[in-house]
Ligand binder design. Sequence first.
Ligand code: FES
Length: 157
Amino acid sequence: MSVAFRSSALEKVQEIFRRYPDRRAAVIQLLHLAQEEFGYIGPEVERYVAELTQVPPVFVHQVLTFYGMFRTQPAGRHHIKVCRSIACHLMGATSVLEYLEKKLGIRAGQTTPDGRITLSTVECLGACELAPMMQVDDDFCGPLDEQRIDEVLEKLK
Ligand code: FES
């Protein structure tokens, strides 16, 4: 099976190429677009982005795997995004992430085997007053401690 953007996304591709004439600089924008379109960036999508930008596939792979915001596997039914920017970091984001990884049995960037939850890390979500915080689907949760995390996880069926 081969992948391809819909025509509306192809128009965005052309816009990206106008803004970033250096195709290497366009790769990260195309990966964002690909994730929006396909949900995650598997090997086929990775090759497709390399074809579109005409840069070596290894370069696309390096960009893809360097940044934590790209998913390389299908997302779960729920998506937890733990903020690790400065305010959340100072308030214990590392412990929050470690606790979630232990409870869910996965690492950041992975999805539980039952497809229930995807766990990611993100940069500041603009809700620093809730630090340490996470976004769960469309909701912000915080300040977090282990009890609050347990309550949130309990509701994610
Ligand atoms: S630093 Fe976490 S929401 Fe701003």
